[in-house]
Design a protein around this ligand. Structure first.
Ligand code: PFF
Length: 458
């Protein structure tokens, strides 16, 4: 991928994506990951199904897409890494560099997310040999839950897979992502999509399809609480990779002739359809095998392996699936590491490879809190009854990302002039532009503030 190769930035001048297509693939690669296939289904399950999904879709539309547009635009305008970008635009358009702090918060959020992301991606990597071993052929739900439980109970194992994944992430970003990743993304993302379609087909034939789909899409308005809204918002921001500067960093590599609104809609459509497909594949199997939709973080590992266990060549199909999931995760984890490296590189003058290794090491050590959350520290509760992992996840997804997104929306809507925005975005119609600007100026900040106040008072 020329992009990131040059994004290594050692050659001076600002790099650009090789094509709109390459950019979309990289942005989709960042958005589509564990968030869609691992997290969305289990969050929907613990959040009560339809109520959560309805809120999620509403938030993607009214907050997610508009903020994604703003973030990409800020990056392309500033041609700098996130913190410096916001400080620079703040100075040139609003007279203060204080906006740069949003980027600083984003770097911390990215580091925290990367720490647990790598551990969970490690589970997917672990499941490749697990499938190939054939141990789960014909396994029922009880057995697949047992196998997953055994993995979580073993910190050494988790550590090995976590380390492998982190080393791979560091190696890719340090090396300046080359053609390999572009090939990865362009071939493997569609492959993952097709695989999910196939699994949905399987769920139709073998699972309780209607029940699963009804669970996901039948909105139960009475089940919508502040906590459901917060969880859905956190999931929407996490899934779209917005609120911490990832899309801002990627936007800074984007050529001027590419339409940002169209790109943002494409990314959001791809991201949302993968999440919904994963849900449609998983819940029918959940009900058919008597599992609990509120099972938690193990949901996808426990349910889909039941399906793989019962289909012809299922162990091979399963191994390929987890390989694709690991690849989807790595195209996301590199997008978490990239803005941290870009920010610190501008400030420290250290070389890119050295920074990658140092940051990777810090994130790896922080990942231990997640590794132990599932075994030695499972009784440690922080923030209510949350394990350390749940706490890191909650604080980043549900607080830092929406806050960062809302602040970027305020900056875009209130500090930048409407002429600037009109020129940068080239919306097809004035009405659409007006609607977007309304969402950015009023709906995003007021919505996030209202939910925060409700939560604090509640
Ligand atoms: N969007 C990724 C996923 O859904 O798995 C996770 C992620 C990547 C979140 C990059 C935030 C980010 F900046």
């Amino acid at each position: 991928m020329q992009v990131s190769n040059q994004a290594a930035g050692d050659s001076g001048g600002m790099p650009h994506w090789s094509s709109r297509f390459a950019f979309i693939m990289a942005a989709v690669g960042s958005a589509v990951g564990l968030g869609n296939i691992w997290k969305f289904p289990y969050m929907a399950g613990t959040g009560g199904g339809g109520a959560f999904v309805l809120m999620y879709l509403g938030i993607v539309l009214l907050f997610g897409v508009p903020i994604l547009i703003a973030e990409l635009m800020l990056g392309r305008m500033a041609q700098r890494a996130p913190a410096a970008a916001l400080a620079h635009l703040g100075r040139t358009h609003g007279g203060t560099t204080a906006w740069g702090w949003i980027g600083g918060m984003g770097v911390i959020a990215a580091l925290l997310i990367l720490s647990f992301y790598s551990v969970v991606a490690g589970w997917a990597v672990a499941y490749i040999p697990e499938m190939l071993s054939g141990e789960l052929a014909n396994a029922n739900a009880e057995r697949t839950a047992e196998v997953f439980g055994a993995l979580l109970a073993n910190p050494e194992q988790l550590l090995v897979w976590h380390s492998i994944f982190m080393v791979a992430t560091v190696a890719i970003v340090a090396g300046g992502v080359t053609k390999g990743i572009e090939a990865f993304v362009t071939w493997m993302m569609p492959a993952l999509f097709i695989m999910l379609l196939f699994l949905v087909g399987y769920a139709m034939v073998e699972g309780e399809f209607l029940r699963g789909v009804a669970y996901l899409f039948r909105p139960d308005f009475s089940a919508i609480t502040v906590d459901v809204v917060i969880a859905a918002a956190g999931q929407a921001f996490f899934s779209l990779s917005i609120g911490l500067g990832t899309m801002l960093a990627y936007g800074s590599y984007l050529p001027r002739d590419v339409s940002i609104p169209k790109t943002a809609v494409t990314v959001a459509l791809a991201d949302t359809s993968v999440a919904l497909l994963a849900g449609c594949a998983i819940f029918p199997i959940v009900f058919a095998s008597g599992l609990n939709p509120g099972e938690g973080p193990g949901l996808v590992f426990v349910t889909l392996t039941v399906a793989f266990g019962s289909m012809p060549f299922g162990m091979i199909v399963g191994a390929v699936f987890f390989l694709l999931l690991a690849v989807a995760a790595i195209t996301s984890s590199i997008s978490l590491l990239e803005p941290i490296v870009a920010t610190l590189k501008e400030r420290s003058g250290l070389s890119r490879p050295l920074l990658c290794v140092l940051i990777g090491l810090v994130a790896w050590v922080m990942g231990l809190a997640t590794v132990w959350s599932f075994n030695d520290w499972s009784d440690v509760k922080v923030l209510g009854d949350r394990t350390p992992f749940d706490t890191i996840d909650y604080v980043t997804s549900s607080i830092m990302l929406p806050l960062g997104g809302a602040l970027m929306a305020v900056f875009t809507g209130w500090v930048l002039s409407s002429e600037t925005l009109r020129r940068e975005l080239g919306f097809d119609s004035e009405a659409l532009f007006g609607f977007w600007r309304f969402l950015i100026r009023f709906v995003a900040p007021v919505g996030v503030a209202a939910v925060a106040i409700q939560k604090i008072l509640g």
